[in-house]
Design a protein around this ligand. Structure first.
Ligand code: COA
Length: 364
């Protein structure tokens, strides 16, 4: 029997994360997302996800120190970016640069792959604007250094906390499409760099990590809260999907949406400039939920992670064509942990297909 989209098919055993779609709960290595976001920074989550999969590292501070060194090493690759490469979308430039890094299976390779997207994306964004890339500052936390390299703002505490909350929230999420791609490649023992490249390629599609840019396009097109309902109904009449809504696993609200909404509210409390945008988003969210309930009564459709990702990354001054790249910065730790788990414990992933094409002609 064929299971379209592999829905409900179990293809891996993992100790890394659990997505409970009915309860709207995400557990990462035994810790629920709300606790993790409240107490952990990016370096803590890396420590948690890598534990037992690579050689031990003393603590999150030591992870941070080694990651800072890797950001400095990786920065040397920025000078290889040429004009042809820079003409591509940011996530494609990032992928091309990562493709030049050596493959390997050890912690050193993993740290290099964590550092690479965090260094490449800000550099690419600055070069696209005609600005000189800003070198990393290894003593800063990963989140603070990303904002410093972006250079669009002084990394104040509120912004760093918001980016940290985002990176923690999206660090891992069960067997999503990009993580599955990472595990498939890892199952062939190709190496961690190859796994991450496959995962980035899967992530960039609009049905996966490419949705938050279009969420902002939708909010811009709607413009004001009183226009929301008419606009959304028209979009559905034209057969469009509402970006930032619906999920393959969640049948209730995506818990990551609330984690990010909370982080956004804290950022706005410190920097009120984005208040209007949030009011519009909340109005659109309410209208969309009502319209979807009416139009798709058999399919529970609720807010997913991308909706508030869009608002948070916009408030942090990332341009919208960079959103998928920022997602990749945060998710790489999950891809690496899954790839390593697969390569240590799993077998070659090789499903079968059902042949529905023509049969060979019988010889007369
Ligand atoms: N807007 C409108 N209708 C939607 C919808 C959305 N965002 N998401 C799903 N639906 C509808 C589909 O049209 C379909 O209706 P039908 O049976 O009447 O044709 C039904 O819900 C089931 O959709 P399906 O494509 O089978 O669900 P899926 O599990 O394969 O899709 C997503 C999951 C995420 C790809 C889908 O919800 C989507 O496209 N969302 C918008 C993009 C997005 O936000 N992506 C980020 C995901 S984190």
């Amino acid at each position: 029997m064929m299971n379209n989209g592999l829905e409900d098919v179990v293809a891996a055993e993992t100790q890394l994360s659990h997505v409970n779609g009915e309860a709207g709960q995400l557990i990462i290595r035994g810790v629920s997302l709300d606790r993790l976001v409240a107490h952990a920074r990016y370096e803590d989550v890396v420590t948690l996800l890598f534990s037992g999969l690579f050689e031990p590292i003393a603590d999150a501070a030591e992870f941070g120190r080694r990651l800072g060194q890797k950001r400095v090493e990786i920065f040397a690759h920025v000078e290889t970016i040429d004009r042809d490469l820079l003409a591509l979308p940011p996530v494609d430039v990032m992928r091309a640069l990562i493709a030049r890094l050596a493959d390997g299976d050890d912690l050193d390779t993993a740290l290099m792959l964590l550092a690479a997207p965090a260094v490449f994306l800000p550099a690419v964004l600055r070069l696209k604007r005609g600005e000189t890339p800003v070198a990393p500052t290894p003593a800063l936390s990963h989140a603070a250094d990303i904002l410093a390299m972006l250079g669009a703002r002084v990394p104040n505490d509120a912004a760093v906390a918001a980016l940290d909350a985002y990176l923690v929230t999206i660090s891992d999420h069960g067997l999503n499409a990009s993580t599955f791609a990472s595990r498939v490649v890892a199952s062939t023992k190709a190496g961690l760099t190859s796994s991450v490249l496959a995962a980035i390629s899967a992530l960039k599609g609009p049905l996966h990590g490419g949705a938050p840019g279009p969420v902002l396009d939708m909010l811009d097109a709607i413009g004001t809260p009183d226009n929301a309902q008419d606009w959304l109904v028209r979009a559905l009449d034209q057969g469009e999907r509402l970006m930032g809504f619906g999920h393959r696993v969640y049948r209730v609200r995506d818990p990551r949406a609330d984690a990010l909404k909370g982080a956004l509210k804290q950022l706005v409390a410190a920097e009120p400039a984005n208040r209007d945008r949030i009011e519009l988003a909340e109005a659109v969210e309410q209208s969309a939920l009502a319209v979807l309930r009416l139009r798709k009564p058999d399919r529970p459709l609720d807010v997913n992670v991308e909706f508030y990702t869009a608002l948070l990354l916009d408030a942090l001054k990332f341009p919208r064509d960079a959103f998928t790249g920022v997602f990749a910065i945060g998710r790489t730790v999950g891809w690496l942990a899954h790839a390593r788990e697969q390569s240590l414990e799993g077998r070659l992933i090789r499903p079968r297909s059902v042949y529905v094409g023509p049969l060979p002609q019988q010889a007369a």
